[in-house]
Design a protein around this ligand. Structure first.
Ligand code: NAD
Length: 351
């Protein structure tokens, strides 16, 4: 099975001296950035936040004040250039990623960039090429599901051969609710993007085509919005992946994945949705309300892997190629929503 992850050891960059903490600048401290600042400050070992940057100055001040020794830098590029920064965590909105990631490459700093790597295929590919020209891997992309214990277990089942040749993957991604403006394109780029990476991670090959079926819409969706949708990927070798994306269920955060192999199948995502039986003869359960509750531990494990590798001047997780592949598949997915056609994914050659 081909390996899609780009994580390999490369020669050390600005490695942190033995025993010293990795000094991290965090760009963008909204929901994700603030969660990562907390993680770096209290749940993850070997790093500390020295610089905080946010487009909203008051937000940056508020977050920096919660971390002893952290200061605010008003300009993101100045934060990347700061002498007290060894590595950068980018949690600004997608459109800001291209410039910020390129600045990190120019300074040869390890970077953890929240998905998406960038918002269009061309800029993502230029970053893949620029990193390849450096001859070292510095960019990790925030596909945290690769660090979730259930996805890791499922991947182990695939690699061990216990399930036989994987034939199909069935994914479900449901949110209780989203902002009113969250349209079909955002459903693909912000939500389905995770299933794109999961499919590549579990099946170890690229996605070749994308098709989107728009069924009946929930009354919770604004007029003209397609929610839910069924997204169908076909991989290079012909495996089929289905993904139900439904972001206004009014229920909770439900992410499930079933892998169907020649020798059996395995499902993950049920542990977090606990089924309980009661003395009153009734049964019911609990569903995680949001993505932090479901994937909080995975984010921290992702951070710990990144910190450990960044101290050695490299990365340990999904890299720029994985980020680029996800952008390319989502681009095809957005076109598939628009045209109703099965769209072929266009990707450049891997450097
Ligand atoms: N991995 C995941 O599961 C996951 C989940 C949610 C969000 N994300 C990604 O994380 C990133 C941030 O998402 P969020 O939900 O935290 O958004 P958010 O809107 O809550 O926070 C973004 C913050 O960035 C600031 N900002 C805007 N432009 C900036 C710039 N040029 N430089 C620095 N800061 C800037 C904003 O003021 C805001 O505080 C996005 O790329 C998003 O796709 C990933």
């Amino acid at each position: 099975m081909a390996e899609t992850s780009t994580a390999v050891e490369s020669r050390p960059a600005a490695a942190v001296p033995a025993g010293a903490e990795l000094r991290v600048a965090v760009l963008g401290v909204g929901v994700m950035g603030a969660f990562h600042v907390e993680g770096l400050s209290s749940r993850v070992r070997g790093a500390r936040v020295t610089v905080v940057n946010d487009y909203a100055a008051d937000r940056a001040e508020q977050v920096a004040a919660s971390v002893p020794g952290a200061r605010v830098e008003a300009d993101p590029l100045a934060a990347i250039d700061a002498p007290d920064v060894d590595a950068v965590l980018i949690a600004s909105p997608g459109p800001a990623h291209d410039e910020q990631v390129r600045a990190c490459l120019a300074r040869q700093l390890p970077v953890l960039c929240e998905k998406p790597l960038t918002t269009d295929i061309d800029s993502a590919y230029r970053i893949v090429q620029a990193e390849a020209e450096l001859g070292r891997q510095l960019i990790q992309v925030g596909f945290m599901r690769r660090f979730d214990s259930e996805y890791v277990r499922l991947r182990q089942l695939v690699v061990s051969g216990e399930l036989g040749n994987p034939l199909m993957l069935h994914c479900t991604h449901r949110n209780a609710g989203v902002p009113a403006t969250f349209d079909s394109e955002m459903m693909i780029r912000d939500s389905v993007v995770h299933e794109v990476d999961v499919a590549r991670f579990l099946l170890g090959e690229e996605i070749a085509t994308v098709q989107v079926i728009k069924g009946a819409a929930t009354r919770r969706a604004p007029e003209g919005f397609n929610d839910p949708m069924l997204v169908i990927f076909e991989t290079e070798s012909g495996r089929v992946v289905t993904d139900e994306i439904f972001v206004r269920t009014g229920v909770g955060y439900e992410v499930r994945t079933e892998l169907v192999g020649e020798l059996g199948s395995a499902t993950i995502g049920l542990d977090h949705n606990v089924v309980r039986t009661g003395a009153d003869g009734r049964w019911g359960g609990e569903i995680t309300p949001g993505f932090i509750e479901r994937f909080g531990a995975a984010y921290d494990r992702e951070l710990q892997h990144w910190v450990n590798a960044a101290r050695r001047g490299t990365i340990d997780g999904p890299g720029s190629w994985d980020g680029y592949a996800a952008v390319a598949v989502c681009e095809a997915g957005v076109e598939a929503v628009r045209t109703g056609e099965r769209v072929t994914v266009t990707m450049g050659r891997r450097p």
